[in-house]
Design a protein around this ligand. Structure first.
Ligand SMILES: CC(C)(COP(=O)(O)OP(=O)(O)OC[C@H]1O[C@@H](n2cnc3c(N)ncnc32)[C@H](O)[C@@H]1OP(=O)(O)O)[C@@H](O)C(=O)NCCC(=O)NCCS
Length: 130
């Protein structure tokens, strides 16, 4: 297994990983997904094994202080082998940030609690419809 910078050749596999989790936002518009995953201030990395993508992480960073982990997924058949940890560690290191915030699904809390952390209440807000 190796961690590599995300490139266009990984896009289809990344979208399949999202679909397997029931996450429609990126697969709905692959061109938009490509722009988002390569936007300024974004760090996107993939885990590659046997020629295939088995996980990815996508974070936003100011390059100095604060980063936000937007998406993290490891394929079901290779979980608990340290790939999620390797993806976060590499993306965090590449971000240049000192701390990394995120929203966690209940089933992923065991993973995030395995880091040195502070647990804070999280919210995702949307624009107020005009
Ligand atoms: C969360 C996720 C990315 C973890 O990836 P992973 O490759 O399985 O994690 P790792 O093997 O690197 O785990 C590192 C440590 O985290 C902890 N951990 C990981 N998964 C855990 C779980 N399900 N329950 C409890 N602890 C867990 C363990 O301490 C583990 O170390 P250990 O295996 O030596 O005990 C993966 O389960 C996943 O993709 N889940 C579905 C998508 C998802 O929920 N993404 C996060 C969105 S909030």
């Amino acid at each position: 297994m190796e961690i590599a910078a995300f490139g266009e050749e990984h896009l289809a596999a990344v979208l399949r990983l999202c679909e397997a989790e029931g996450w429609p936002t990126l697969p709905t518009d692959p061109d938009r997904a490509m722009r988002a995953l390569t936007a300024p201030g974004v760090v996107s990395v993939v885990a590659v094994e046997g020629g295939g993508v088995v996980g990815f992480a996508y974070l936003l960073t100011d390059g100095e202080i604060e980063a936000y982990l937007s998406l993290l997924v490891v394929a079901g058949h290779v979980r608990r082998r340290g790939i999620g940890r390797a993806l976060v560690d590499e993306a965090f290191a590449r971000s240049g940030a000192q701390r990394l915030d995120l929203l966690s699904a209940a089933e992923s809390e065991g993973f995030y609690r395995s880091y040195k952390h502070r647990a804070l209440a999280g919210y995702r807000i949307y624009p107020i419809a005009g």
